[in-house]
Design a protein around this ligand. Structure first.
Ligand SMILES: NC(=O)c1ccc[n+]([C@@H]2O[C@H](COP(=O)([O-])OP(=O)(O)OC[C@H]3O[C@@H](n4cnc5c(N)ncnc54)[C@H](OP(=O)(O)O)[C@@H]3O)[C@@H](O)[C@H]2O)c1
Length: 249
């Protein structure tokens, strides 16, 4: 069963992130705190609609490409948690870059790494003490997303083995690097009983995936909720898709 007491989701104003907020609220035992972060809370109308009808949702400002702002966010979250830890961090926010060898630039590589790789790593680092606190509070329980976990939203196109078509330098490389962040965290945080995984949401009909994608965000998130519910020590440090299939690095 998936029943974290608290979850923080980045890029929660639209697409997969917004649907994650919705489906966490629909759990049999929903979280007491859903920290739904986004770059522009003023424009996050759908998120505010959810927050207005459910007191668990806190809409907080976060640009994941600005690590200097992370301590301020952590302090806000800490004050709401009032001494409890954070069970689940979902690094969902991301940007796509389709640049091929002829069009890729230094600026594009830096920009995608900053959002897709550096942001998730430093957010995990900033929130680690709170996630460790959650893990300690449930020390008698096995590893799980209910207890203490970091979930990084990756893409299959970041898989070396899956790459048969090349191109997309900034996106592929930033997600491949994010996968190494996941793997590293799974090794470094194992002794703390904190689970780390990369999830691939499928090819999803969002602004990023476009209208010709294969599944809706509802289907993708329903699948990922099931996957998160079943994660344990054996699946620590893996890349898994929304249907539960393990994807080779
Ligand atoms: N859709 C797919 O088919 C697909 C496939 C594989 C992986 N993924 C991954 O799934 C995740 C979600 O994708 P999606 O399809 O929901 O994309 P989306 O519809 O384009 O939404 C992206 C989200 O990320 C946020 N974001 C972008 N840059 C940010 C930043 N610097 N700081 C904070 N938030 C930022 C966006 O906020 P703004 O509204 O402020 O821009 C938005 O909330 C991404 O990591 C993506 O790489 C998606």
């Amino acid at each position: 069963m998936l029943s974290p007491r608290s979850v923080l989701i980045t890029g929660a104003n639209r697409g997969i992130g917004l649907e994650l907020v919705r489906q966490f609220l629909q759990l049999e035992t929903p979280p007491k705190h859903v920290f739904a972060t986004c770059r522009s809370p003023d424009k996050a109308e759908d998120l505010h609609t959810l927050a207005n009808s459910n007191g668990a949702v806190q809409v907080l400002k976060l640009d994941v490409s600005e690590p200097d702002s992370f301590p301020g966010l952590r302090e806000e979250v800490e004050s709401v948690l009032q001494g409890s830890g954070l069970n689940l961090l979902i690094n969902n926010a991301g940007i796509i870059g389709r640049d091929d060898l002829s069009s890729v630039t230094v600026q594009r590589m830096e920009s995608l790494y900053r959002t897709n790789t550096i942001g998730p790593l430093f957010l995990a680092k900033e929130f680690l003490p709170l996630i460790q606190k959650a893990a300690k509070a449930a020390s008698n329980q096995p590893m799980s997303c209910t207890k203490a976990a970091i979930v990084n939203m990756t893409s299959k196109v970041g898989s070396m083995e899956d790459n048969g078509s090349g191109g997309r330098y900034p996106y592929r490389t930033s997600k491949a690097a994010l996968n190494m962040v996941t793997k590293n965290l799974s090794v470094d945080l194992k002794s703390d009983d904190i689970l780390s995984v990369s999830l691939h949401p499928g090819y999803v009909k969002t602004d990023m995936g476009g209208p010709n994608a294969l599944i809706t965000s509802e289907q993708s998130v329903q699948g990922m909720m099931n996957v998160m519910a079943g994660l344990n020590e054996d699946t620590n440090g893996l890349m898994i898709d929304y249907a539960g299939k393990i994807i080779p690095w």
